[in-house]
Ligand binder design. Sequence first.
Ligand code: ADP
Ligand code: ASP
Ligand code: MG
Length: 827
Amino acid sequence: MSSPAASAQPLKTVAHKFGGTSVADATRYRHVADLLLARDEDEQVTVVSAMKGVTDALIDLAGRAAGNLADWRERWHELRARHRGAAVALLGEDSGATVEWLDGQFDTLAEVLQALSVIGELPREVLERVQGLGEVYSARLLGDHLRSRGQDCAVLDAREVLVVDRGELGVDVDWETSAQRLAQWRASHPARRVVVTGFVARDRANRITTLGRNGSDYSGAIFAALFNAAELHIWTDVDGVLSADPRVVPEAVQLESLSYDEACELAYFGAKVVHPQTMSPAIERGLPIIIRNTFQPEHPGTRITARKDAAGPVKGLTLSPDLAVVNLEGTGLIGVPGTAERVFSALRAERVSVVMISQGSSEHSICCVVKAIDAARARTALLTAFAHELAIGQIQRVQLTDGVSVLAAVGDGMAGLPGVAARLFESLGRARVNILAIAQGSSERNISVAIASSDATKALRAAHAGFWLSPQTFAVGVIGPGHVGGALLDQLRAAQPQLLGKANVDLRLRAIASSHRMLLAERSIEDDWRGVFAQAREPLDLDRFTEHLLASHLPHTVIVDCSASPAVADRYAGWLAAGIHVVTPNKQAGSGSLQRFEAIAEAAAASGARFRYEATVGAGLPVITTLRDLVDTGDAVTSIEGIFSGTLAWLFNRFDGSVSFSELVRQARAMGYTEPDPRDDLSGTDVGRKLVILAREAGRALSLEDVRIESLVPQALRQASVEDFMARLDEVDADFAQRLAAAKAAGKVLRYVARLDQDGASVGLVELPADHAFANLRQTDNVVQFTTRRYCDNPLIVQGPGAGPEVTAAGVFADVLRVAAGQGARL
Ligand code: ADP
Ligand code: ASP
Ligand code: MG
C-alpha cells in the first residue's frame, strides 16, 4: 500500500454508501465486503445504513415501550437475535467480541425502553437516539468483518464527529466543527479503510440526532466531502435512478446520467432512491455521485454530475403521496397585493411546509398543496388569518381536499421547449385523470400536477408512456371468442412482440368472455388463450368484467365485442361514458335502434373514448374509414352502392345457368361461405344492416325499417327448419332461371346490390350491364362505390375480400390500433 508521503500521485479517496437493501443479512455483508475489497482505492470510506427494516423496527419498539405495550420485550429479543445471528454467521469463530459488544448495546437499549414504558411517552430526543442505533450496529458488523479478513479498517461512529443543525429547510452541516473533529479522530485512526455509520449525528447542543429518514445517502455525501473523496458511489438494489418508481411502473428505464438539479428535483418530489439533500455537498465540490446496484455490480449505474445532457426533455417522473390541497377563494383577492404573503406567513407560523403553490392569473384563488398531516392545521391557520375578510365576504371560502398526490415531471431539457406541459396534460386527459392544480417552477425543470391519489398509479403510468418512456398500455377485454374473436386473439398474440418493440404499444389481454363464461386474468393472458379459457368457470357478469378491466390502473381500456349480441351492444354507451374504448364487428349498435346509436355517439363525444366498428361492413376493407374521411373533409355523399355480402356475391358470380341456383347454395354452404342457415344470407337483412350503418355514417338518420329489402327466400320457405329448407330449395330454381334468362336476353347479369341515394335505401336483385364494375368481381369480393360531390364522374370504389374470420379479425385489429394511435401510440 502506498503511504501518503511516498505516493507521487495524489491520494485517491472514494466514498461508498450501502443502503439497508444491500445489508439485509450476513450473506449480503459478505457480498458488500467482497465488492469493497475488489476495488483498489488508496483510501476507502464506506457509509452504511442499518440492516433492512431495522430502523422501522427500532421506531416501532420505542413506540410500543412508550405506549406500554407488553410485547416490546419480545420484539427487542427478536431484534437482538437478528443482530447476534448476523454477527455469528459473518464472523464465525471471531464473533465473540462482537456479540459481547452487541449484547452491551442491546442492554442499554433495553434500559432506555424500560424508562420509556415508565414515563409512558416518547420524547423526540429519545426517539432520535433510538432510531439511529441500527447504523451503529451495522457499521460495527461490517468493520469487524473486514478486520476479520485481515483488512486495515477503522469504524467511525458519526455521532463522534458529525455536527448538524436541524433547520426548517432540513439538516445543515457544521462543516468546520465536523472537519476538526474528524481530523482529530483520523489522527488516532489512520486506517486505509473506514466504515462510517450513516443516518446519525449530533446537534450543536451535543444531543444525538439523525438526518431524517433515508438520510444515509446524505451521510454518504457529507463524509465524501469531509474525506475529500473523488467520487461517491451509492449502492442500492436497483440499477440506478430509473425514469419512475419501478414498483409503480415496472417498465421504468434506467437513466445513464442526471444533472445535480434533475436529481434534486426527482428526489425532492419523491424518488426514494436518493435522499434530496444528498446532492448539496456534492454540488459545491463537483463530486460525482454514482447510483448503482449491489446485486449487479458490473452495471455502470446512473452518474449524477453538474453536466446537463441533451436527453429528455423529461428524464423522470415522481409521485408524492399523502398530500392535501388547501384553496383560498374569493373575489376580494383580485388585485390585492400581499395576499400570497399572508397565506404563506400564516402557514409558516403553523410550521406547515408548502409542497406546491398555484395561483390563477385572475387571482381569484390561491391554492397550496400541503402534507396530509398538516392539512387541518393549514386550513385553521388560513381561517384565522383571513377571519376578517371571510366575515365581510371578501373571501368566500377556504376549502380542503384530501387524498391528493403530486405527480412531477422532471428534466433539464424542458427549459425553453414548448409542448412538454401539453404532452403531460394530454396523457393525463386521455387516461381520464382530473388535474386539481398545476405548477411549473420558473427553472422550467419541473412541472407538477396535483391529482386525486386514487388516480395516482394510472396517472404515473399514462404520463410515463406519454413521454415514450414506456409503452402505451391498454387493458383489453374480448367478448365472443368465436370465429372472428378467436382469430383476433390469435392475431393479437402473434403481433404482440412487434407492437411492443416497434410501436411501443402494450395490449394486455386481461379478460375474455363468451355468452356464459368469463376469464379475468390478473396480469394478462399470454400464451394458450384457448386452453386457459377452456378452464374458465366464472359465470358471465359484464359488470364484473368491466370493473376488472378498470381495476388494473392501466392508462387505457378497450373492449372488443366480437359477439352478435344486442345485450352487449346495450352496454356500449355506458362503457364509453366510463372512458372505455369500444371496438366491434357486431352490427347491432350500428344498425339497431337509432336511439341507442345516438346515445353511443353522445357518450363517446362526451368522454373522448372511441367507438369503432369498421369490420361491420366489408370485413377488413377500409369502408367506414374511407367514408369518414370523405365526410370529415367536407365532401357530400350523393349515393352509396355496392355488393356487401360475400355469400351473395359468390352465388351470383357463379350463377350463369350451367348449374341450378339451389345447387350453388348447397355448394356455398358446404364450403362454409354461408351462415349455417343460408336464409340469413339470402334474406338480405344482413346487407340491409350494412347499408344502414353506411347511411348513418353519411349523416342520414336511417333505420332498418326504412330499407326496402328484397328477400330471396320465398314466403313458403321462411318458417321451415334448416333441413326442410335445404331439401325444398329447388322450388326456387325455376324462378331464378327465369330472371337470369331475362337478364341475359338484355345482355345483362344479375347482382344482389345495396343502394342508397336521394330516393331512399333499397337492397335487392338487379340487372346490371355485363361491363359494370359490380359485374366482374372475384369469388366472395365485396365492393362499395361512393358517389360524392368530389367523386361525381368517377366514383370512389373500395373493393376486395369482404368475408372470412381472418380478414374480419384483421379489420377489428386495425380499429384497435387506430384507437391506440389516437391515444398517442407511435403507429
Ligand atoms: P436503500 O436501502 O439502498 O437506501 P431504498 O429502498 O431507500 O434503498 O431506495 C431504493 C428503492 O427506491 C428502489 O428499490 C426502488 O423501489 C425505489 N425507487 C423509487 N423511485 C425510484 C426511481 N425513480 N428510481 C429508482 N428507484 C426508485
Ligand atoms: N436507516 C435509515 C432509514 O431507514 C437511514 C437510511 O437507510 O438511509 O431511514
Ligand atoms: Mg434509501
